[in-house]
Design a protein around this ligand. Sequence first.
Ligand SMILES: NC(=O)c1ccc[n+]([C@@H]2O[C@H](COP(=O)([O-])OP(=O)(O)OC[C@H]3O[C@@H](n4cnc5c(N)ncnc54)[C@H](OP(=O)(O)O)[C@@H]3O)[C@@H](O)[C@H]2O)c1
Length: 442
Amino acid sequence: MAKKTLVIFGITGDLASRKLLPALWNGFLNGRFKDLSIWGVGRKPWGNAGLHKNAREVCEPKDEKAWQAFEKKLEFFRVDVEDEKEFNGFCEKLDGRSDLLFMLATLPSLYEKISARLGKLENKGYRRLMIEKPFGHDLKSARALHAELAKDFGEEVYPMDHYLGKSAVRNIVVLRFSNPLFEPVWNNQYIQSVQIIQTEQQGVGHRAAFYDETGALKDMVQSHLVQMLARVAMECPKKWVPAEVAKEKAIVLEALRPSDDIVFGQYAGYEKEVGHASNTETFVALKAFIDTPRWKGVPFYLLAGKNLESRFAQIVITFKPMHYNVPALPSTLTITLQPEEKFILKVNLKRAGESELEPFKMEYCESCEIRPRSPQAYEVLFEEALEGKKTFFTWWPEIEAAWEFVEAVQKKAKGKKPLTYKPGSPIPKAAEKIVDWKEYGE
Ligand SMILES: NC(=O)c1ccc[n+]([C@@H]2O[C@H](COP(=O)([O-])OP(=O)(O)OC[C@H]3O[C@@H](n4cnc5c(N)ncnc54)[C@H](OP(=O)(O)O)[C@@H]3O)[C@@H](O)[C@H]2O)c1
């Protein structure tokens, strides 16, 4: 019997198909998850054959021998967790097993119910619980969720933000704290602004009902964007242990406050997709500040939106111009997460024989260099959780601080109707009044 078991609730859902199964397969090819059984739970009448068929479709294996070995790990369990008898029957199968890692890729409204039952298991090894965002829908519900899950799993809850599993995000602190080039200038004396952007080309699609309750601010800013911001802005922890890293991230997020520059947008046709009139924003751009000595006065621009011209995620650090009598563009450091994971440093130089300064790029593209099997974000996070490492997970004080920031934005934006933008359009003009987003980027 495999020593560890990963149990995915929601194996028949969108997240499991698009992200979790491909990440597990990729990890298996990378030599991970050898001693792991993977149990998938859902209500559809799939059986093992159905799960294997779906997994093959979404993983698109090229190596048949390896696939056969991987497939043997995958077992399907048809369970409605709202049916007490059925769920108890499933849990009895888990009682005798050893280490158990649970992943809740299912409806957030089921998290507490599932956790309460799993908390009563009598397995022999550890019990850990990974949950996907959203972690509540506001500060109050996030606190309540934490309290409920902690009753069953104590400290063994792993709230995940898959951006933290991305190599480019993990490397932000490496870049900052292991290169004397950056840390001395990483402050308000030298940095003019920080921009964090995530745009998508897709609209809300089949997630319309969920999205209409959520919106871009809660869906993207509360999670991915502030997590990236925390990595950019945190102080160096006294020790590189997960709790100290989390403490520093929370301090930064607690000091984050929005300015009055906030733009909400909604793409034309959204209301038709959700089936009713709605003020939910599918786009948000805002300016915020961090009240710490390092960052006082430096604007942090956050932007997230759906149904826009292009899909990209990036952080742009713009340095202040130097005070020599030479016209020069600001130097920038851009960290892109999508479509590629890259670090791009733009500096002023002169071309041979020319007298004018020009911006030149120095670039490292991690995802291009280590293809084809570069570790996927979920792959890394599964491995970390199986080993009990929490460095790349979010901690509850950070989650709470992020909700406090979101609530402060909501308060400032209260009563504002989102502007309408054309699907597939560039960043809406009103957001350009906050900052010239086009000036930056690659
Ligand atoms: N999809 C994404 O890209 C994405 C991104 C970020 C976060 N998330 C979060 O990840 C979670 C899952 O999202 P999703 O998009 O995969 O949702 P989804 O496609 O709606 O899938 C929900 C899953 O939950 C299962 N389920 C629902 N009720 C159940 C019950 N009573 N008993 C057992 N299983 C039940 C469904 O099983 P059946 O279909 O078999 O009934 C299905 O497998 C949500 O918390 C979501 O907010 C998703």
